[in-house]
Design a protein around this ligand. Structure first.
Ligand code: ADP
Ligand code: MG
Length: 722
């Protein structure tokens, strides 16, 4: 008798290669990530492609394609009961439907449907849903929500219109019941189909095991993942929906925080920094010579920075301080402490204008001290640049001032021990500057004047120490800010004329043209400049500054403005960050509706530094609600932290990180402004867990490790190497 052979023909071998049954009862998110949506009945290539457009490719994507909201059908009213002014939801059948508005590029902007629900007829108009036109054939059941208005009789100004099953089957189907999920949809996947698919996906997935440690769930009183996912789609009631949301928000934030905590632990273990031992021989005379006393906040933050530098752990500190809060002094204190300890300090600015200004003010402040300050910019002549590079490499240069790009690009330092990054607006995990100098990691101080809400800084910068300058130098006057219609812009210039009359100076900022049209930008700037020179201020000295000018020209213009030779500076956004001319007391921003909120706040910051009550004019004809809101916010608030929250609220958080920009995943469900409490808890739990198990190697932490890896990508692999 021959032994069975396991060659290709043998049935045994074939059985070996057959995948296990698909609908296994227990599953994990990583397993679901391996299963394409085409596995579901009824999902062919066409539907799969449409789902792909929504970012849904696998069963894991599908079950985490969370509803954007739920329609509460417990509030449905019969048409005959509707009153003017009331917000209501009706379930009715379509009698007929027609497009409204003029088509734009072949698209119907809105539609108007005649509805009948057995108690009465009512027309409903809804904008932005023109593409539903063909789906709303007569007799389709729809759920419509909106406001009842009087317009040739009553009509429903609808915010939403969704196709539903015959309500006779209410409660049975995924589409109706007390809470019906409404999904981000597109033309091919309407809300109804999305519901069906997700219902099937949840059925097909099986029991989803929870990667979060049970102890944390118990402590935080959170439902398990499986229940939360089911409840967020098809909630049993309002409370369950709330708990499910809380759980999934926690989940998302906890993973990110654990990644950050692991990163911090890893860096602390593997890197050695320099133990700075400043003796104050440079710092004390510098502080003493300042023409002002430090604010309490400056004193505190300088203390924090020096403390961080004394430790052997490499310092990674984020300094947040509003425009004009005096961050430069803090930076110089750190730099001097580095020099006192025999190291070199570098300060990097985002623009050449700013680098130049730092160079001028820092070398002036240090002129009586034995500190050699060197400038390094792209526009230096070859010879000058070579001399600077040599001084940096040889160690004769103590403090190096340059632009971000320049210093990051492989300049050879003799002994770099502190890097200050000034005016860093966006700085994520992925692209954080990592300086490695002969085995020693220099300390870093990242300064930003675009304060971000605390929630956001915890999320984005969760592995950095944070210092906050929450006090402005005394005597700062709030900037009197006014929004002015374009037709009235001469009033703004009349007011500026008064400032000039009193011997002060002003900025006029040109409207922002598309970035890609830099030449357009220059043309707009030149036009505005001509208008000012010939019509508005013919008797004043007006200067022009834009991005396309040669560095030398820019330098001369800035010098002339500083020395008051130029009284009015017409500029593009090149002055956005950090430029400091205290005698300037007025700023006019033309085309203000085109700027972002933080940009406007930065620009306004140019005039809050002097002793005179400053003025800011936002010349704008806002065309959208959002731009109106931005202008209102600026007129109402001076505080950059407050403004950054308003900004976040206006912009929404969907595009907040931009994964490429920051190395952070976009948030799917957490809303940072809303979920601060959950974030704080998630962060605490994450750091505790990592303190106990830095590489997540304990068996019950493994699923968590896998989740983080799937969320944050390969970049985090090094965190978990044993
Ligand atoms: P920012 O935080 O926006 O970078 P700067 O460091 O440029 O602010 O400081 C803004 C202005 O305030 C500068 O002219 C600076 O000399 C001045 N300044 C800084 N600290 C103080 C202080 N404690 N008292 C008075 N003026 C100060
Ligand atoms: Mg600054």
């Amino acid at each position: 008798m021959a032994w069975p052979t396991f060659n290709e023909a043998s049935p045994g071998a074939v059985r070996e290669t057959v995948p296990p049954p698909r609908l296994s009862w227990r599953t994990t998110l990583p397993e679901l990530r391996e299963r394409p949506v085409t596995e579901l009945p009824g999902v062919g290539p066409r539907i799969a492609a449409a789902l792909g457009d929504l970012g849904v490719r696998t069963l894991a994507d599908l079950v985490s394609h969370y509803p954007s909201r739920h329609e509460d059908l417990s509030n449905v009213k019969p048409i005959s009961d509707l009153r003017v002014g009331e917000k209501a939801t009706v379930v009715a059948r379509v009698v007929n439907v027609k497009p409204v508005g003029r088509p734009v590029r072949g698209r119907v902007p809105g539609l108007s449907a005649q509805l009948y629900d057995g108690t009465g007829y009512m027309p409903a108009t809804v904008w932005g849903r023109g593409w539903l036109l063909n789906q709303l054939v007569p007799d389709t059941w729809v759920v419509v929500s909106g406001e009842v208005q009087r317009k040739y009789g009553l009509q429903l100004a609808a915010k939403s219109i969704e196709v539903v099953d015959d309500p006779a089957t209410l409660g049975e189907s995924a589409h109706a019941g007390r809470f019906v999920p409404v999904y981000p949809a597109n033309k091919a996947i309407n809300a109804r189909r999305a519901r069906t698919l997700i219902h099937r996906g949840l059925d097909g997935a099986g029991r989803i095991l929870d990667p979060l440690p049970a102890a944390i769930l118990a402590r935080q009183n959170l439902p398990n993942l499986h229940d939360a996912i089911h409840e967020i789609h098809f909630p049993s009631d309002r409370d369950c929906l709330k708990e499910a949301t809380r759980r999934l928000v926690f989940h998302e934030l906890f993973l990110i925080q654990t990644g950050l905590a692991a990163r911090k632990a890893r860096l602390e273990k593997t890197e050695t920094g320099r133990r700075h031992r400043g003796d104050g021989r440079l710092l004390n005379p510098f502080l003493k010579a300042l023409p002002f006393g430090l604010t309490g906040a400056q004193e505190r933050v300088i203390g924090e920075v020096l403390e961080g530098m004394r430790s052997e752990k490499p310092m990674r500190r984020l300094l947040q301080g509003d425009v004009g809060s005096g961050k430069t002094v803090v930076a110089v204190a750190g730099l001097l402490s580095a020099v006192e300890s025999g190291g070199q300090g570098a300060i990097m600015a985002p623009t050449e204008v700013l680098a130049e200004q730092h160079y001028l003010s820092i070398s002036a402040a240090l002129k009586d001290l034995p500190v050699n300050v060197v400038l390094l910019t792209g526009s230096q002549g070859a010879q000058e640049r070579r001399a600077a590079l040599e001084a940096v490499a040889g160690g004769e240069a103590h403090v190096v001032v340059g632009t971000h790009a320049l210093i990051q690009k492989g300049v050879d330092f003799h002994n770099l021990s502190l890097v200050v990054v000034d005016e860093q607006h966006r700085f994520g995990v992925g692209q954080r500057t990592e300086f490695k100098e002969k085995g020693v990691t220099p300390d870093t101080l990242i300064m930003t004047a675009t304060p971000i809400p605390r929630t956001l800084s915890l999320t984005l910068y969760g592995d950095l120490e944070v210092s906050i300058l929450d006090e402005l130098p005394p005597g700062r006057k709030p900037v009197d800010t006014r929004a002015i219609a374009v037709a009235e812009r001469y009033e703004a210039y009349e007011s500026v004329a008064e400032e000039l009359e009193a011997g002060r100076q002003a900025y006029v900022i040109c409207p922002l043209v598309e970035e890609s049209e830099a030449l357009e930008d220059v043309r707009a700037a030149e036009e505005l400049y001509d208008e000012l020179v010939t019509e508005i201020f013919p008797e004043r000295r007006v200067g022009l500054l834009h991005g396309r000018m040669k560095a030398q020209e820019k330098r001369e213009v800035m010098a002339a403005f500083r020395s008051r030779e130029i009284e009015v500076l017409v500029a593009t956004v090149v002055v956005e960050v950090g430029v400091d001319v205290p005698n300037a007391s007025a700023i006019v921003i033309e085309g203000a509706e085109r700027f972002g909120l933080s940009q406007l706040h930065q620009l306004r910051g140019r005039v809050c530094r002097g002793l005179h009550p400053p003025k800011c004019f936002l010349v704008a004809d806002p065309k959208t609600d959002d731009s109106q809101k931005r202008l209102d916010a600026l007129c109402d608030h001076q505080d950059g932290f407050k403004l950054s929250e308003v900004d976040l609220a206006i912009r929404g958080e969907g595009t907040l990180f931009g994964a490429r920009q920051s190395g952070m995943p976009d948030l799917k469900i957490a809303k940072l402004l809303r979920d601060i409490d959950i974030l704080v808890e998630a962060r605490r739990e994450a750091f505790e867990l990592v303190a106990d198990d830095p590489t997540l190697r304990k068996p019950h932490h493994r699923p968590l490790r896998r989740e983080i890896r799937d969320l944050l990508g390969r970049d985090v692999d090094w965190l978990f190497k044993e």
